[in-house]
Structure formats: C-alpha cells, structure tokens
Design a protein around this ligand. Sequence first.
Ligand SMILES: *Cc1c(COP(=O)(O)O)cnc(C)c1O
Length: 463
Amino acid sequence: MSADHERLAGLAERHATPFHVLDCSRLDDAANRLADVLGTLSRETRVYYSVKTNYLPFILRRLAARGMGADVVSGYEMDAALSAQFNPADIVFNGPVKTEEELAAAVRHGVRVHIDGRQEIAVLEQLAAEAGRPVEVGIRISPGVPVSTSSDPSYRAQAAAAALRNRFGWPAGSAELARIVGLIADSPHLRLTAVHAHLSSQIVHEELMLQAIGRVLDEAAQLHRRFGLREVNIGGGFGVPGIRRPRTGPLTALWAQQGGTPVQDEEPFLDIARLLPAVDELMERAGLDGVTLACEPGRWLVSDAMSLVTRVVSRKELPEARWLILDGGNNVAPWAGSGEVHRMEPIGRTYSSRTSTWSVSGPLCYENDIHASAVDLPDDTGPGDLMCLRDTGAYSLGRSNNFIRTRAAVVALDGDAETLVWRAETGTDVFLLADPWANPAAESTPPTAVSAPSAVIAAGTER
Ligand SMILES: *Cc1c(COP(=O)(O)O)cnc(C)c1O
C-alpha cells in the first residue's frame, strides 16, 4: 500500500464515509506552478480564484493569504471572499444576474463589476453618482466560436451552434456589444477599464482556446485605444488531467447502435506553460501595451487537491451487469450523472491482481447515480472496501446537495496536521430550514402577517 493510500485509509477509521480529503500540498503546488508560469510573462499578471469552483473557506483563506484575488458570481460568494480576507480591490464580480443589493455592496466595498446585463449599467451609474466618485467597470465579451472539438462532426456542429447562442457576455464584433459599450461611455461616473471573457470549463484544446481568446483580444485592442484599459481577463476553464468527458454527438450514438466500435474518449489536458505565454504574445501583437493579463482559474488550482473517500456497501452480480455500490454518490460527487468519469482506486488493503469490468454506482435511489458504467477494478473488491475517487476538488462541495443523503465532511491534510474543515451535514441541519418559527432549534422570530402565508400563521397560533 502506498503511503498516500495508507493515510487515506487511516482517516476512514476516524471519519464516517463518504468524506472529502483536501491535500494542502497539492493546492500549494498548483498555486506555485501557476505563479511560476505567470512570472515568466512580459507583463503584469493577476489571478482571481474562481470561488464557485470550490468555496471551502479553508481554501479561500489559504489562497487569499498568498495574495490571490477572487472571482465571485453572487452576493454570498462576495461575502465569503471578503470574510476570507481577499483584498476587495482584488475581487471581481461576474455573472449574468447581479441584484441591485449585490451591486450596491460591490460599489461600497470597491469590488469591480464585470457588466453582463444592460440593466446593470443604470444601477451602477446611479450608485456611483450617489457615492460621488467614478467607478471602474469591466465588460464581458464572448468569442462566438467553440473551444471543444471531437472526431464526431455532429458534436462539432452542436458545439458551433452553442457558441453562437452563448448567453454570457456579448459577441465580439457585434452591434449589441457596441451599443452596450456606448451606454457605459455615456455614463458620467463609469470608467471602462477591463475586458472579461470566460469561455468554458475543462477546456483541453489549446489551439481552439487561443483562437477564441484572439477574437476577444481584437475587440479589447479597439476598446483599449478608445478607453485605455487596465486589464484583460481571459477567465478560467484550464483543463486538467484525470477527468474524461464525453464529447460525442448523435452520430456517435447512431454508429454505436449499428455495431461500430465506440469512439475512445480522449483525456487530454491543457498545458498552461504553453497557453499563457501564447496569450501574452497575442496581447503584444494586438497592441495591448501595458495592459495586465488576468485569469480566473478554478478547476486548475483545486482539482487534484481533493479526493472523495467512499466505502463499497454492496456487490451485485447480475446476468447482464456486475455492480459495486458505494456509499458516496451523485449528491456528494455531482459530476457523476453527467457522464464525466474520474479515476477510482480501491484502497485500504492489498487487492487481487486479477481485474474485471465493473459498473460503479452511488447509493441514491435514482437511475443516474452512476460513477462509471464500465471500469476495470480488482476481482475481489467487495463490501467494506474503501474506494477513493480522485480529482474531486472542482465542483464537488459547492454543487453537492442533500437529495436522499446529506452532504459529506471535508478533512484537510496540511503537513502532519489533520483538520476537519467542513463537518458532515446531518438531517437536523437540513430540516433547520423548515418553517423556522415552528422549529425550536432555529432562532428565528415569527414572520409578520405581511410576509407569511395566512395558513401557516393559523397553524402557528394553534400551538
Ligand atoms: C466558473 C468560472 C470560472 C472558473 O472555471 P474553471 O473551469 O473552474 O477554471 C472562471 N470565471 C468565471 C466567470 C466562471 O464563471
């Protein structure tokens, strides 16, 4: 057994499965590697960690302490970033919906807003006028070209259509974009200082990504000549190893139905040590002199820093399928069910060297709770064995839910220290949200007649 497996198995003696493990050395490694690459570029750079990718406060505090900025896409993420001590001037507020309250908070704290809806402009102008000072804003631009491809032409057609329909930002070179820019330019208190684009997640095709960024940079160069930009932000989405995503269209399905050999899913990943210098050079060529290159990595920083430790509960051998059923499912590993496959390792003892093909599922009572429909695992894997899922740091905790089972704990390993940094949710936690005024555990005051449905008031007064 490797030392890593031994340590994870040890944790399972002290924590109920399923639980997440955060390996701080891997988080630090990723942050260091990114800083090293950025350090080689010809211009100023800035990193905004994407809070939605993993909002664990322990992670936020650690990245903030390194001097990183934060990318937030809601008011409560902004609050989380502020309490984790990110410098407010190093927080950017993205996303297609920002309430007036959220925009007011952003202006109050000095958090820069990247405009992604026409309505934001008037609200921000009003807030800036009230504050009596100019407010810097950015604008989100979309390139209109796909950043993923496949050997299946029907997939490529779908990806191209989706890129044109993309609702985030305004298309580079479009009349809509020009109108929005005009509205910002006409707002006496707003200053357009940043261009923002975020293309997708788990992007693995460098060429396509550079083409897409190139379109954004052309637009940015024009805006730079007009307004003098301070920053171009290329977003996140840098693809990592260890994750397989289906990139197939209807043609693949037809082909498979007619007995063709299935297209092997590739598992490429992006090399940021090539990508970021190439972007730096594109910016140079576009005439974006003196403009900072910013990015918003999420997955790239946290993906391999977390693992999910689960236990095999049941082994079911049917005439048509052999199942291993785990105690951790889609609700704590939300990529399961979307077809994304992660590496899986049985740990905790020595296993047979003979393997067979298994289907692996979670415990939830619904069809899509499947980790893998065909994966090679040792023959003798069975109830009681520990199964570790890898590369689970991105879109796990924040997307987990309590459908059927409650959310899992997170244990952080930092050198020799082992700390519970997020406790497991209980059923009591879940039902704390129910009619709070009738719940003795909640400290809420009864609702007023204005906000409460009368039936509930009546039920309340009966007691
Ligand atoms: C989700 C998101 C990111 C991070 O994407 P990753 O794939 O996790 O790197 C960055 N910027 C914005 C605006 C996002 O919405």
